[in-house]
Design a protein around this ligand. Structure first.
Ligand SMILES: [Zn+2]
Length: 368
């Protein structure tokens, strides 16, 4: 029995990996969603499928009830970051399945699919919904958020299946990008006082942000700031008349966001010309809104399936979990074991997929 399930999970994982569902590859994303839809269309009873494939939003919802307040919602994405053609040919070596998106997160999606089918076939009395979207990796588009709002979804508990190595993630940092374009006035570098140095303007701005109170705290889970690019200047003996700078900030609280915004607004007032600051993709943070009772239930399911001491943690990366937490809907990020996501050599541990399946099955069965 378990062996058949494992075989099916592996087969689907491989099938999903072979789609080049990268950022702008809409046709591959649609093909991937079609593959998922066909899998579920073989089930004739007790299933509700809703597919969205517009230019803007791509995703599919599978559920075993018409209810939009499921007991459990499983959330995953089928899009991946780019990679070489070779990475879209899944490969198994011992306990590892290699391929683009194997851990991020087609392995988990395969588990969700097989599990969902099982739940429907067994006529389990829990209301479960599977949400798979095609744009988690793309800034500024969010089918997850769109579906929550558009259908007024109110899941009692959501699991986002990104890799966590079976840790239970209840908080994630927000992601704020700042792009700066500075104009100066070029003069001979022997007379810097006669010109305006665009690079120095950028550096001053960066140092100001870097010195904010928010970035002084050095704990494990703290705000971070990174200067990611700084470009400008033409010649060694000339004051640069233009410069560009990029800053990436990971936030742990709204307080930090306010502090940064205040700083930027004041700066804009002070430096009125030749300085353009754009902030964007203020990806909200995932705040801890989950009830202790739900964490307990998940921990219980974990320990019943595998000899693991489940840990509750916080991470620096972001995921679609933030769209649930920002609406105060209980959510955790919880997924199987693997490594090298967004890198070469990405893999998922095959045995962890089966463990993942069993934990989720247990959790859903015991949920109330
Ligand atoms: Zn992911």
């Amino acid at each position: 029995m378990n062996q058949n399930i494992q075989k099916e999970i592996l087969q689907i994982s491989k099938g999903l990996i072979s789609f080049r569902a990268t950022e702008l590859n809409f046709s591959e994303k649609e093909a991937c969603l079609g593959y998922i839809e066909r899998y579920f269309k073989k089930i004739s009873k007790g299933i509700y499928i809703k597919k969205i494939a517009s230019r803007k939003y791509t995703g599919i919802l599978i559920s075993n009830s018409r209810n939009y307040s499921p007991d459990i919602l499983l959330n995953g994405h089928i899009d991946v970051v780019g990679g070489e053609a070779e990475q879209f040919k899944p490969k198994i070596i011992k306990n590892k399945l290699y391929g683009r998106g194997s851990i991020d997160m087609k392995g988990a999606v395969a588990v969700f699919m097989v599990l969902m089918k099982k739940i429907i076939q067994e006529k389990m009395d829990k209301k479960v919904m599977l949400m798979l979207v095609g744009d988690e990796e793309i800034p500024n588009v969010a089918t997850t958020d769109y579906l929550i709002n558009n259908l007024n979804l109110r899941p009692k508990f959501t699991i986002v299946g990104e890799e966590t190595d079976f840790d239970i993630v209840t908080s994630q940092k927000g992601n704020l990008n700042i792009k700066v374009e500075a104009k100066g006035r070029s003069v001979h570098s022997a007379f810097p006082e006669k010109g305006v140095n665009a690079l120095e303007k950028c550096i001053k701005f960066y140092e100001g942000i870097n010195n904010l109170k928010s970035f002084k705290e050095k704990t494990d889970y703290a705000n971070t700031i990174a200067l990611t690019y700084l470009r400008g200047g033409e010649a060694i003996n000339s004051i640069p008349n233009s410069a560009q700078m990029g800053i990436n900030i990971r936030l742990i609280s709204k307080k930090t966001l306010n502090e940064i915004n205040n700083y930027i607004n004041k700066y804009k007032n002070r430096v009125k010309t030749g300085f353009n600051i754009k902030t964007y993709y203020s990806g909200s943070m995932m705040e801890d809104v989950t009830k202790q009772e739900q964490i307990k239930q998940l921990k219980k399911a974990i320990t019943e399936v595998v000899r693991l001491k489940p840990k509750q943690t916080k991470t620096s990366t972001s995921s679609d979990a933030r769209y649930f937490s920002s609406k105060k809907m209980p959510v955790v990020v919880f997924g199987p074991r693997g490594a090298k996501y967004h890198e070469e050599g990405e893999y998922v541990e095959i045995s962890s997929l089966m463990i993942y399946y069993r934990i989720l099955y247990q959790l859903i069965q015991q949920s109330n």
